[in-house]
Design a protein. Structure first.
Length: 198
């Protein structure tokens, strides 16, 4: 994606990295302002989202999709802080948006999604949508045995069940279930299976 001129013009490589660093929705990432970024503390305060309303235009709402419970302070990995430091130097003072449009204003998520699809199709990355990054973050944290509660907080879900049902796959995590079930039948020989149970 970094070699694609359209992706570069629309900040898609850095936006992708920020979405992977936070697990944020695209409208949340695009709504991050420099006043919510703590580079020294390696954190970002996710409290806004950008939405386009018919007849009104682009709005920066004061809560996330989940409402107040969705607002969260997210610690950032060092590689994300490096991206933000580079962007801060490149953008310069006077622009609040971390991912501004060419005029220094907030980018419209609908337009970014459209360009995302165009770049995806050009690069033949079938099925790759911005939401894929959010699920990737959840899966990566789950594989590292981060608690579901912490993953839910990272994603801004008001209910842990949403994280479990929609974002985390079911998988065999260890042999505990098999070990417990060993005692279900009297042990038989390994070739013929368990002895019959009366």
């Amino acid at each position: 994606m970094r070699d694609n001129e359209k992706a570069q013009d629309w900040d898609l490589p850095d936006l992708t990295l920020m979405m992977l660093a936070t697990g944020c929705r695209i409208g949340e990432c695009l709504a991050i302002g420099w006043s919510e970024v703590d580079l020294d503390g390696s954190a970002v305060d996710v409290r806004w989202r950008l939405v386009r309303r018919t007849g009104v235009g682009l709005l920066r709402l004061s809560s996330t999709k989940s409402g107040r419970k969705g607002e969260r302070l997210i610690p950032l990995p060092s590689w994300a802080v490096a991206v933000l430091r580079r962007r801060r130097l490149a953008i310069g003072p006077g622009v609040e948006a971390v991912f501004p449009d060419s005029l220094g204003n907030w980018r419209d998520p609908s337009n970014v999604r459209r360009v995302w699809r165009e770049v995806r199709d050009e690069l033949e990355m079938d099925g790759f949508v911005s939401h894929t990054l959010r699920k990737t973050v959840a899966s990566f944290l789950d594989d590292a045995e981060v608690s579901t509660r912490k993953i839910s907080d990272q994603l801004g879900h008001s209910k842990v069940s949403m994280t479990q049902d929609r974002y985390l796959g079911r998988r065999l995590t260890d042999r505990q279930t098999a070990e417990v079930l060993e005692g279900l039948f009297d042990r038989g020989d390994e070739q013929n299976g368990p002895k019959a149970v009366p």
